[in-house]
Unconditional design. Structure first.
Lengths: 344, 508
């Protein structure tokens, strides 16, 4: 089971290795590697099928664009493992971007940028704490609690944005004092990619190697057993929601710096939430809690991103993207159920 | 579909010939020959992992055999699912009940075969059909009660009636009395006898050898997936069964009671405790003393344990360890040295999807993870040390769900053996545990007392309480109604106290 919790090497580094499949095929713990096989298959297929795919520029672009969603998905994985679910990450992401943008527009300068970043992230933390508290102490099912919260947050977003806009249109923050966050490229890799990498590594280690990580698994695996073992299950769950909210805040700020205009479209929030959940589930983390790993989610999200990128490179009509993704989710979850059944 | 249970099911003659089954290349059953005669009670005994459940699942269509044949009334049968087996009249009463908690007793009994008029459920017919079944079993259970609120014992009755309602003529019962009180067990035994008398076959899987000998006509002993022998129950004794199940002789079932000082230090002191299901309980447990809590299922024994452990709100009264009051939180209780091994290891004890190691160290992360950082070396050694003490071998990175019931229980003991301990509460420590592991668990309990720890053992098995405890408190309706030690410690005294309700006594 340890291979379940270890952090995988960065999936894009180097060419994938091939091994004599038939011999190892029987010993493979199918469930724990489920995502790895299709990931490598699509990676290899695209590398062969489209010369543009395996270029440093294309891979770099994909990673840069996925950094925000990777941060959110990694944190939301904790929520799922602990037995919760957060449907409000997309709304929070947009909310924090708008708050950050409004502050930058209103305050201006370096002070405005710094304040915007800090307040944006803290806003995410506050939303996460509220999600956690209402879904534990108030005993509202987290699915409903965070669904309701996302409507509230989307409304609040519109309220805030009125202060940041001059007339109609979007909040634009095209200021160098802020945009360095997205434009800096230490060691040739964009800063958002670095931040996502660091967040993933930290959350992965937290889950794998800390007491808190253990408690997250126990809270989702068997809440009553965890409680009787002396674990404050509610506290653990609130912490996972707080982490997810903070991550959504961070992602909102980073993507604001990348774009650099605050998105104000409910569909963007919804799509983000769905993609995050899709990535987690495709990665193989159980929606019932108690099982899963961050690295799986990373592969899940990158798998979806890679697929979309491949559709673009191969000039396939984008309308098939949604259909393909839907089918993939069904296959992934179906496979999961099948391998559980097989384990009996 | 039969409308009522009054329709007598045809007699079934089930035979297994050379049946074998493997999981992941590991043989679980090999070359089993077995004949189940209609109108008999046939018991299946063996240690956990001997293949009893697998065998019963092959008969009931959950699994299909890899080799050999299953013959039903002389014809080869191959069931693809329990539903197909049921259509032939084979039903299982599982350990884990499968009822719809929101529906009533009668609705559950006839679930899927409700008497209908033009597609609508005919309530009147349903009531009549239910009354017929309830009468034939002698179960006193109102048909319009919602199942969710029933005790496990009563839910089990619903399951049995459901099997009968579907015209089952071979009924497989897997540990049917494990969760039942003495009274309900007697009732169930009556039902089993009546089933056999009406020409049905009962395949009984039970760890209670007394029950097996008393109830069954023939006994089949399995060991390591092999058929050791089938014999008439009258020709067997508990010790011949145990010998064959283990392949060796077992000493006494219970270890010697550790010596204890009747005037020793008081470890646990409970005064006027009031909590949900607990109505004013006061008692002491001394160092090195094993105190048994006896009583019927639902009498409030587990509730007392939870209130002491801080797992339930305390409305009044005090709980003190070594004279100092304990906080009403689980974390606080653990810190003061109280450990609880809960009643249901699957629901309250283990995180089944996680490795054995994580489960052993779960409530002691402070020791294996200084400052919240899990040190794998420290954890590995701590886990190994604990598992060695409770005699669980093998790689502790395996999922805990892969262990047998007995070993799972030992893992929970391992968890409870860490840290500074003053009081160990073991709630039904041997439920669903095989004979071999049972002795190991008794040894662990006695060993704790020998080390000067106070032990509170809760058990529905009166023999177990008698065999282990120095002193027994009998609980009824959330209160202590009897206390027995020394010469007074007899089965009769305990059972009398557990049942002696002045009101029901007069009416019976």
């Amino acid at each position: 089971m340890t291979n379940d919790t270890q952090l995988a090497p960065k999936p894009t580094a180097g060419a994938p290795t091939t091994r004599s499949l038939p011999t190892v095929l029987k010993q493979v713990p199918w469930r724990s590697v489920a995502i790895v096989v299709p990931f490598l298959a699509v990676f290899i297929a695209l590398s062969i099928g489209s010369p543009a795919f395996l270029s440093a520029q294309n891979i770099g672009n994909v990673l840069d664009r996925q950094s925000g969603i990777l941060i959110v998905a990694a944190a939301a994985t904790l929520v799922l493992i602990a037995g919760g679910i957060d449907l409000s990450v997309g709304a929070t992401y947009m909310f924090t971007a708008v708050i950050c943008g409004t502050i930058i527009v209103r305050v201006g300068g370096e002070a405005g940028a710094a304040l915007g970043i800090i307040v944006g992230i803290l806003a995410g933390l506050v939303v996460g704490l509220i999600n956690g508290i209402i879904s534990t102490y108030l005993k509202i099912n987290p699915l409903i609690a965070t669904l309701a919260m996302s409507f509230i947050i989307l409304g609040a977003t519109k309220l805030v944005s009125q202060f940041g806009k001059e007339g109609i249109g979007q909040i634009r923050v095209d200021f160098p004092e802020f945009r360095w966050l997205a434009l800096t490229k230490p060691l040739g890799i964009s800063l958002p990619t670095w931040i996502a990498f660091i967040v993933i590594v930290i959350l992965g280690i937290v889950l794998w190697r800390t007491t808190f990580g253990r408690y997250v698994y126990a809270a989702g695996g068997n809440a009553e057993a965890a409680r009787l073992a002396g674990i404050r299950v509610d506290g653990v769950r609130i912490a996972t929601f707080a982490i997810a909210g903070t991550a959504a805040g961070l992602a909102g700020v980073i993507d604001l710096a990348r774009t650099p205009s605050a998105p104000e479209n409910d569909a963007i929030a919804t799509t983000l939430t769905f993609t995050v959940l899709a990535g987690i589930v495709v990665g193989g983390t159980s929606i019932l809690g108690g099982e899963g790993a961050i690295w799986r989610t990373v592969l899940g999200i990158l798998f979806i991103a890679m697929l979309y990128n491949g559709f673009t490179l191969l000039r396939i009509d984008p309308l098939f993207q949604g259909i393909a993704l839907g089918v993939i989710i069904l296959v992934a979850v179906g496979f999961d159920a099948w391998s559980k059944f097989r384990r009996r | 579909m039969p409308e009522t249970a009054a329709v007598d099911a045809p007699q079934l003659h089930v035979e297994l010939r050379g049946v074998g089954k493997s999981f992941n290349g590991l043989p679980v059953l090999a070359d089993i020959d077995l004949t189940l005669e209609p109108g008999t009670v046939h018991a299946l005994v063996g240690e956990n992992g001997a293949g009893k459940s697998t065998l019963s699942k092959i008969i009931s269509g959950v699994y299909s055999a890899d080799t050999g044949q299953l013959l039903v009334n002389g014809q080869e049968a191959s069931f693809g699912s329990p539903r197909e087996a049921l259509a032939q009249g084979i039903a299982t009463i599982a350990q884990e009940l499968a009822l719809v908690p929101e529906l009533t007793v009668a609705e559950n009994v006839f679930l899927g075969s409700e008497p209908r008029t033009l597609g609508w459920i005919n309530r009147k017919k349903l009531r009549a059909a239910y009354a017929a079944i309830a009468e034939s079993t002698g179960f006193d259970l109102p048909g319009d009660t919602v199942v969710g609120g029933l005790r496990t014992a009563d839910q089990q009755k619903v399951e049995i009636m459901r099997a009968l309602a579907r015209g089952a003529s071979l009924i497989i019962m897997d540990e049917p009395t494990a969760a039942l009180s003495a009274h309900d067990t007697e009732l169930l035994h009556g039902v089993v006898r009546r089933l056999a008398a009406s020409g049905r076959t009962v395949l009984l899987i039970s760890h209670f050898l007394g029950e097996v000998l008393e109830l069954s006509d023939s006994v089949t002993i399995l060991r390591d997936g092999r058929h050791i022998r089938t014999a008439l129950a009258v020709d067997e004794t508990e010790s011949t069964l145990i010998e064959s199940m283990l392949g060796r002789t077992l000493g006494s079932v219970f270890p010697d009671k550790p010596p204890h000082d009747a005037d020793g230090d008081v470890v646990l002191s409970v005064r006027d405790l009031v909590a949900p299901g607990v109505y004013g309980v006061s008692f002491d447990v001394r160092a090195g003393e094993i105190v048994g809590l006896a009583g019927l299922v639902g009498a409030g024994r587990s509730e007392i344990a939870h209130a002491i452990f801080g797992a339930a709100p305390r409305n009044a009264g005090t709980v003190a360890i070594d004279g100092a009051e304990t906080p009403n939180t689980i974390a606080g209780s653990l810190k003061r040295g109280i450990f609880l091994i809960p009643e249901s290891r699957k629901d309250q004890g283990l995180v089944l999807g996680r490795p054995i190691r994580d489960n052993v160290t779960l409530s002691n992360m402070g020791q294996v993870a200084p400052r919240g950082w899990v040190s794998s070396g420290v954890e590995r050694r701590a886990s190994r040390t604990m598992l060695d003490r409770v005699t669980v071998g093998g790689d502790d990175r395996r999922a805990v769900s892969a262990l047998s019931g007995g070993n799972q229980q030992k893992v929970l003991f391992g968890r409870a053996l860490q840290g500074s301990r003053r009081l160990l509460i073991a709630d039904e420590p041997t439920r669903g545990v095989d004979v071999g592991s049972r002795r190991a668990i008794y040894d662990l309990i006695a060993e704790q007392a020998r080390q000067g720890i106070g032990v509170l053992v809760i058990s529905s098995d009166v023999e177990e309480v008698l065999g282990l405890a120095h002193r027994v408190l009998v609980i009824r309706s959330g209160q202590i109604v009897g206390e027995f030690a020394g010469d007074q410690l007899t089965e009769e005294n305990i059972i009398t106290a557990a049942f002696a309700d002045p009101i029901t006594n007069e009416s019976q």
